[in-house]
Design a protein around this ligand. Structure first.
Ligand code: UDP
Length: 236
């Protein structure tokens, strides 16, 4: 597989073409951002942590019957993925109150929700990823009713698998964000990454943060915490 030109540089990953049109090459970068890019730092070692964690999680999800765009990890910081058209939604699932949910609705962080909820945010940096509902998704022609149903079902299925997976390494899954794409046949496929950048993970015994809140909230060094998550996952 040949690495081609760079086609997109995101906040934490860079995407390259390959010699196969249906395959892209992703490089995970040593970059941390928060507050929609307002806070930004180079964090040496972060790229390889997130690549390894995401690869491991996508492999486990595939074993549980949840396909994603992930093809294979090709180095500590790189993966091959299927090319998909990303649906411009950040799909958030919450098991416990935290972050923007807690702020907006004045519910203390860590309060268990009676059932998991799915939220949609419109992926648009210029608009600061606004919170939207199913009808906005339809009116803005982001996805059809059928796709919305499918995306929600997928998000909840991923939640069930991730909850089990993290519980087995003594981690509580507070909330997380996924993205989905459409493959060449128009099928909805889990995409992007699943890592401590995109999940809130609390140690089950201590409630210590094992995720990007360490960086967002200036709680300390991010690398040892991400390493802890990777080490726990590597015991599986
Ligand atoms: N999240 C993400 N990318 C974003 C916004 C949120 O991966 O651009 C994740 C975040 O890590 C958390 C979940 O989605 O696990 C819910 O985030 P929330 O809405 O509480 O926003 P935040 O407090 O991070 O601004």
């Amino acid at each position: 597989m040949e690495k081609g030109n760079s086609i997109y540089q995101g906040k934490a990953k860079e995407l390259y073409l390959t010699d196969q049109p249906e395959v892209l090459w992703v490089e995970y970068l040593d970059q941390a951002t928060a507050l929609n890019g307002v806070k930004k730092d180079k964090v040496v070692g972060k790229g390889q942590m997130n690549n390894q964690i995401t690869s491991k999680i996508f492999e486990i999800l595939a074993d549980q019957g949840i396909e994603s765009h992930f093809i294979e990890k090709i180095s500590n910081t790189e993966q091959l993925i299927k090319a998909v058209g990303i649906v411009p939604l950040e799909v958030v699932v919450r098991n416990f109150a935290a972050g923007s949910f807690s702020k907006r609705l004045n519910v203390e962080e860590g309060v268990k929700l009676p059932f998991p909820i799915v939220e949609f945010y419109y992926k648009d940096d210029a608009l600061d990823d606004p919170f939207i509902n199913d009808m906005h998704v339809k009116v803005l022609d982001i996805a059809s009713d059928e796709e919305v149903k499918e995306i929600k079902e997928l998000a909840l299925k991923v939640n069930e698998e991730l909850k089990k997976l993290f519980a087995s390494v003594n981690i509580k899954l507070i909330d997380f964000k996924i993205e989905v794409g459409r493959d060449a046949q128009g099928n909805i496929l889990l995409a992007d990454e699943i890592s401590p950048d995109t999940c809130r993970l609390w140690d089950m015994d201590t409630n210590d943060h094992l995720d990007k809140d360490i960086y967002r909230r200036d709680l300390g060094d991010l690398i040892p915490v991400y390493e802890e998550v990777l080490n726990r996952l590597n015991t599986l």
